[in-house]
Design a protein around this ligand. Structure first.
Ligand SMILES: *Cc1c(COP(=O)(O)O)cnc(C)c1O
Length: 360
């Protein structure tokens, strides 16, 4: 088997142990004589799988009892419609922080259902920072405040959870489970699975119960949180295989020392990469201001951008793959989610130093 370190932004690499475990029980899950993919979602075996996954997630994040955990489909993108449909009114408004590509899409979609007040934006400086909270133009009557904790494409991350008097809603797709968070500070969190949770085809929603039951009248049944909450994510057939893999990933995180252990490793990994960039004398550069640099998606350029194609090609020859930046920003992006081992990051750092020596 080819040994590569996969820096894809998503679908991203999964822990090797989890894949090996899934392989070992692929044809016969726990003596059931069948694969998880072939099971009835309402049967005893799958009910055990989804119940354990939810239980383990609740333990990892200490999710309070007054929050529902929903296993849905449609990706984080569908949440851009579901959140305003369920939590906002046509005549009211919401507050949103604009920090890049994903916030912009969330704003664009929410405008179909409610009035959107952009409280702050760093667009004028190419999203190089998170605007200071004391400059935000908030509306005290907003139905909620939405932000994107980690901008996967731009490589910009909120260092802290913002304060909010109105319910706080977060697109946590690309830093979910990467560091400790106090769930009690949120009204709703959503996260697509393919970054830090499991395979694509699953999105997790954690929602405070008192926010349910307020959906706009025209909300399609399948987009109504209350419907999914009332049926424990079994209103229709859920995404069974991704839920099973997510459950294995949750157990794997537990074995890494829980979210606390994972957070320490993530911080070390990101530190190594940013140190390599900062100490390269401008051979590598990042425009993101230091306090807001993402620990999940390290976005950088070569000082001489004409060397970027060669960088990507030589990196791939060295088993360091999927490092190309998103087409909208170009350059290089190293996504170093939970599953990326520190050895992968060290290998990339060594390659970067060699490449700089050869071409600098
Ligand atoms: C990947 C991503 C999305 C979109 O996820 P889909 O599952 O493709 O809909 C939205 N927000 C953020 C922050 C992401 O990283």
């Amino acid at each position: 088997m080819a040994k590569v370190y996969n820096f894809s932004a998503g679908p991203a690499m999964l822990p090797h142990e989890v894949l090996a475990e899934a392989q070992s029980e692929l044809l016969d899950w726990h003596g059931s004589g069948m694969s998880v993919m072939e099971m009835s979602h309402r049967g005893k075996d799958f009910m055990e799988i989804i119940h354990d996954a939810e239980h383990d997630l609740r333990t990892l994040l200490r999710i309070p009892a007054n929050y529902k955990v929903l296993f849905l489909q449609g990706g984080a993108s569908q949440q851009f419609s579901m959140v305003p449909l369920n939590l906002a009114t046509e005549s009211g408004s919401i507050d949103v922080v604009n920090t890049g590509h994903w916030s912009r899409l969330a704003i664009k979609e929410a405008r179909r259902y409610t009035r959107v007040n952009v409280v702050a934006s760093s667009e004028a400086t190419q999203f190089d920072h998170v605007p200071a909270a004391d400059t935000w133009q908030r509306d005290p009557d907003a139905a909620y405040l939405h932000y994107t904790s980690n901008e996967t494409i731009g490589g910009l991350q909120f260092p802290d959870v913002p304060e909010s008097a109105v319910p706080l809603v977060c697109d946590m797709s690309s830093d979910f489970l990467s560091k400790e968070v106090d769930i009690g500070r949120f009204g709703l969190i959503y996260a697509g699975a393919q970054k830090n949770i499991g395979p694509s085809g699953l999105v997790l929603v954690i929602v405070r119960e008192d926010l349910l039951g307020r959906a706009q009248a025209a909300t399609p049944t399948m987009l109504n949180y209350q419907v999914h909450a009332d049926s424990d994510s079994m209103y229709n057939t859920p995404s069974t295989w991704p839920i099973y893999i997510a459950g294995l990933v949750f157990k794997w995180i537990e074995r890494q020392g829980g979210v606390k252990g994972i957070e320490a490793r993530n911080s070390e990994k990101a530190g190594l990469l940013y140190h390599a960039i900062d100490s390269s004398d401008g051979f590598y550069t990042t425009h993101i201001q230091a306090p807001y640099r993402s620990r999940m998606n390290v976005v950088f350029r070569l000082g001489d951008t004409s060397l970027e194609d060669a960088f990507l090609m030589e990196a791939a020859r060295n088993g360091l793959v999927q490092l190309k930046g998103h087409r909208s920003v170009g350059g290089i992006r190293a996504s170093i989610y939970n599953a990326m081992p520190i050895e992968g990051v060290k290998s990339l750092v060594n390659f970067m130093m060699d490449f700089a020596r050869q071409h600098g």
